[in-house]
Design a protein around this ligand. Structure first.
Ligand SMILES: [Zn+2]
Length: 283
């Protein structure tokens, strides 16, 4: 695996950068409108400081968050990545304790067992150098670094494969958001975009592998998704990895599922077409 954890040196966690996302030694746990007469709306207008209490070290701290109901959803990519108007809410999903380094996606942050807290103290806190939190917003680079910290934490605390996979997927989405919005006057624009796409592919592959394992070992709902949604997602991740036959098998499961609603079936039909088309182009 390429160095998908590059950037962690800044947090003092460079030594952990050789980690494998799914191999654990202790066995797998199953488990704006710019109208001239209006002031310009900026990303900072959507952000507030949310207070959290760390379940590992009990420190109270603030993290930037999106004001609920403020951001308009415009649509989604084929892998369910939501796209918003004006601000990419995805950047604000990683909560990082500035005191001990414990980090998690918002939906998982408060779930913590005593053995997991011990592992985080022993493997994260001892090396953690803190995190800078200045500026009104999180840039894509801030967000990507914060999410990589989350991924390391999922491995250290022996999180379920689905949580690791979901974190990889979120990082892939952030990398995509970064190159989609990269200013065209960026130095070496094309090679920067190409490298970001390569890194995105690594995380998509990791997400695909993790969700595939989770599928046979874990219960649904998984990361808030029902079985048909996860099946659809795995199909698209397989397609994005160039595994068109696997993608076809996964999507067929959604198409024949009796309990799948019309919304997901319709998305599945579109994806099936895309898989067939991609396969033809790659022959
Ligand atoms: Zn803490």
């Amino acid at each position: 695996m390429a160095n998908i954890f590059s950037g962690l040196e800044n947090f003092g966690l460079g030594e952990l950068s050789g980690l494998d996302v799914y191999n654990t030694t202790n066995g797998d746990k199953k488990d704006g409108d710019k109208e001239d007469d209006k002031p310009k709306i900026t990303e900072a207008d959507f952000i507030f400081d949310k207070t959290h209490t760390c379940p590992v070290c009990d420190t109270e701290f603030k993290s930037k968050a999106i004001k609920t109901g403020k951001v308009k959803l415009l649509g989604a990519d084929s892998d369910l990545r939501p796209k918003y108007q004006l601000v990419d809410s995805l950047k604000y999903d990683a909560i990082v304790c500035p005191s001990c380094g414990y980090s998690a996606l918002n939906r998982f942050f408060n779930y913590m067992t005593a053995p997991q807290a011990k592992l985080i103290k022993e493997q994260i806190t001892v090396n953690f150098r803190g995190i800078e939190d200045n500026g009104d917003i999180y840039t894509y680079d801030d967000a990507i670094a914060r999410h990589k910290l989350v991924l390391v934490n999922t491995i250290v605390k022996k999180a379920k494969n689905s949580e690791r996979a979901y974190t990889c997927l979120k990082i892939a989405w952030l990398l995509r958001g970064k190159y989609e919005t990269l200013p065209e006057d960026t130095e070496n624009y094309e090679s920067v975009v190409e490298n970001l796409k390569k890194e995105e592919d690594e995380f998509i592959l990791n997400a695909y592998e993790g969700f595939s394992i989770a599928f046979s070992k874990e219960m649904f709902p998984m990361c808030g998704m029902d079985e048909n949604t996860v099946t659809y997602l795995v199909a698209d991740l397989a397609r994005r990895c160039g595994k068109f036959d696997e993608a076809g098998r996964w999507i067929s499961r959604v198409l024949i599922a009796r309990d799948a609603n019309e919304r997901i079936k319709s998305k599945a039909r579109d994806l099936k077409e895309l898989i067939v088309q991609n396969k033809r182009e790659n022959v």
